[in-house]
Design a protein around this ligand. Structure first.
Ligand code: SF4
Ligand code: MG
Length: 331
């Protein structure tokens, strides 16, 4: 279908300049229906804020959020509540996101009760069983409590809970970051299977480019509240257009400064600047190995890339060329 989920989280409006709200600076993404957009960035890059704003769980400074034909930006509180079943979220920490005092069956049925979408208890029970089976668990698990499950199983429960209202759009905010590597890949495979079967659109937020690469059709790379590059995932990884993306890839794909990858610190010298008061010009210039004079003064505009994405970097308009192609710094 032609449906898209699109966000345009603007930096204009009455709150412009209010420092609190600068984490997300006029970003805009579109996700094709039934596809996954990965959003990658370091902590403090604004990726979670943007994702929460997209669901109107965070205040939206300005701009618009569309879910298909619905402009959810303009919905009154009651209409927004009514639209909630269409858009769900899965958080990073399955230990914190599931109420430990509720049985799994109650946890899963709760969204159906709250939204009044399924009136009969028998039908709710059927939906709970279906939801458990769709994430590789069994009907009998409904009687148990979250603490009786492993971290990976709890995340399966959280996914089942998000999917039970049959949402069109789900934000996955670092959904596998708290899990070990083999559990991570099981959950990623599960999410891909769920998407194939349900056609749900995903926004997958992560600091881990390696995981985003596996799950996302397109990838947006964020740095200090801005999308610095966006494009089809395969092309973005094979031929990054932004020095920050290139640095992440050569650093072993993790944007987490605390990760085992210390190579990133060598490539990107210096700390991540304060996102409340970002550097002038290109926000990445204090760490960029290719920074030119213009980078310190002028903020780069987003320009199209050959692969059908966009990039925000002066190299693409003023930088060195080889065979008509932009030369990225060798890292
Ligand atoms: Fe580096 Fe300049 Fe491009 Fe920014 S605009 S990423 S500082 S080359
Ligand atoms: Mg976060």
């Amino acid at each position: 279908s032609g449906m898209r989920v699109s966000f345009d989280i603007g930096s204009r409006g009455p709150f412009r300049g209010r420092k609190l709200l600068r984490a997300v600076n006029g970003i805009s993404f579109g996700v094709e229906a039934g596809k996954t957009l990965g959003v990658v960035g370091e902590s403090g890059s604004g990726k979670s804020s943007a994702a929460l704003a997209a669901l109107r769980l965070n205040p939206l400074e300005a701009g618009t959020v569309h879910l298909g034909d619905t402009d959810i930006t303009s919905l009154a509180p009651r209409q927004l509540t009514a639209a909630r079943p269409r858009m769900q979220i899965v958080f990073q920490d399955p230990y914190a996101s599931l109420d430990p005092s509720m049985r799994v069956g109650q946890l899963l049925a709760e969204p159906l009760v709250v939204h009044g979408s399924v009136a009969s208890a028998a039908e709710r029970e059927r939906r709970v069983t279906q939801a458990l089976e769709s994430v590789g668990l069994r009907a009998a698990h409904a009687a148990r409590y979250p603490h009786e499950f492993s971290g990976g199983q709890r995340q399966r429960i959280a996914i089942a809970r998000a999917m039970i209202t049959r949402p069109e759009f789900v934000v996955l905010d670092e959904p596998v970051s708290a899990l070990d590597v083999s559990t991570q890949s099981q959950i990623v495979n599960l999410l891909k299977q769920i998407q194939r079967e349900s056609g749900t659109t995903f926004l997958f937020v992560s600091h881990d480019l390696a995981i985003v690469r596996i799950i996302s059709h397109r990838t947006a790379v964020m740095y200090l509240g801005e999308i610095v590059e966006e494009g089809p995932s395969a092309e973005l990884y094979d031929r990054p257009a932004h020095p920050y993306t290139a640095a992440l890839i050569s650093a072993g794909l993790s944007a987490d400064p605390d990760s085992a990858s210390t190579r990133e610190r060598i490539i990107l010298r210096g700390d991540i600047p304060n996102h409340i008061d970002p550097p002038p010009g290109c926000r990445f210039h204090t760490r960029c190995p290719a920074a030119m004079d213009v980078c310190r003064e002028k903020a780069p505009e987003a320009v199209p890339t050959e692969s059908g994405g966009t990039v925000r970097c002066h190299l693409h308009t003023e930088g060195p060329r080889l065979d008509g192609r932009t030369v990225l710094p060798v890292l």
